[in-house]
Design a protein. Structure first.
Length: 277
């Protein structure tokens, strides 16, 4: 039986480093990490994760993974200390960038409800709050295992697709796809993409189709249409949206929209507003 997740994850270079275990009270800060993500295991108590833009309340036992490694604070709620295990998960810079794109801002797991993860979390807590020799190494290895299980969880829950994960782990396509998402308005061609990948056009097109499941230009169209939908929801005029996502004019965007979604941008927006109203 093919183990597709192992095949996908073998190319992701991650390492876990647990830097805190114990009780916390009051308000504690976590600095921004450039090439790493934050991972917090809450064994007991309650806390609120505070960022410059939002906040999220959590009750033990649970786990929160913060892919972008952004600056945040942990406010311990209630009269008692919260017991925590805190770790950094380090990736290659481009792999982290891709994971930040495909994962939500926070990935949270209720450890009491997810049996597939509860066993590893339990063993991690036993080691973290115990006094056994070698516990530091064991905790880091258990955290590595948990990250693989977490990727399985986000796939099983439909939070991300296997295609997205495969692309994010690929050392050639990962950086290129991040560039396509960052600059969809550029005048991209398959030849340009192949040149960036240091491959012939035919080999690149075949690899892209094999890993991503669609042709390069079809993938780019999906990115452009997705960005156009976001801009349209923000009341941007169709003509301006067309230019911002890589089309010469509104007619070109209309044709792409019609082909992909079966409707024009204005009709799509009208339908969306009708549903929301």
């Amino acid at each position: 039986m093919t183990d597709s997740l192992s095949e996908l994850l073998k190319d992701i270079d991650l390492s876990a480093d647990v830097f805190f275990t114990g009780g916390l009270c009051g308000l504690q800060g976590a600095e921004r990490l450039e090439t790493a993500s934050h991972l917090h295991f809450l064994k007991s108590g309650a806390m609120t994760v505070l960022s410059p833009t939002d906040e999220l309340s959590l009750t033990a036992p649970c786990v929160i993974f913060i892919p972008d490694g952004g600056e945040h604070r942990l406010r311990i709620d209630g009269p008692d200390d919260a017991e925590l295990v805190c770790a950094t998960i380090t990736f290659n810079a481009w792999q982290k960038a891709r994971l930040v794109e495909i994962l939500p801002r926070y990935v949270t797991v209720d450890a009491s409800q997810e049996a597939s993860l509860a066993g590893t979390i339990h063993h991690l807590f036993v080691e973290a709050f115990g006094a056994g020799e070698g516990r530091g190494l064991i905790i880091n290895r258990l955290t590595d295992i948990f990250m693989v299980q977490l990727m399985r969880y986000v796939l099983d829950q439909g939070i991300i697709s296997a295609t997205d994960l495969a692309a994010s782990s690929h050392n050639v396509l990962g950086p290129l796809m991040a560039e396509l998402k960052a600059r969809p308005a550029d005048n991209w061609t398959v030849e340009q993409m192949a040149e960036k990948a240091a491959m012939s056009r035919s080999k690149f097109a075949a690899l892209f189709k094999d890993i991503v499941g669609k042709a390069p230009m079809d993938y780019l169209t999906d990115i452009r249409i997705g960005k156009a939908q976001t801009l349209l929801r923000n009341n941007r005029p169709v003509a301006l949206v067309a230019n911002e996502v890589g089309y010469d004019d509104s007619s070109s965007l209309n044709r792409a929209f019609k082909k992909r979604l079966g409707t024009t941008p204005k009709q799509w927006l009208k339908s969306l507003l009708g549903k929301e109203g």
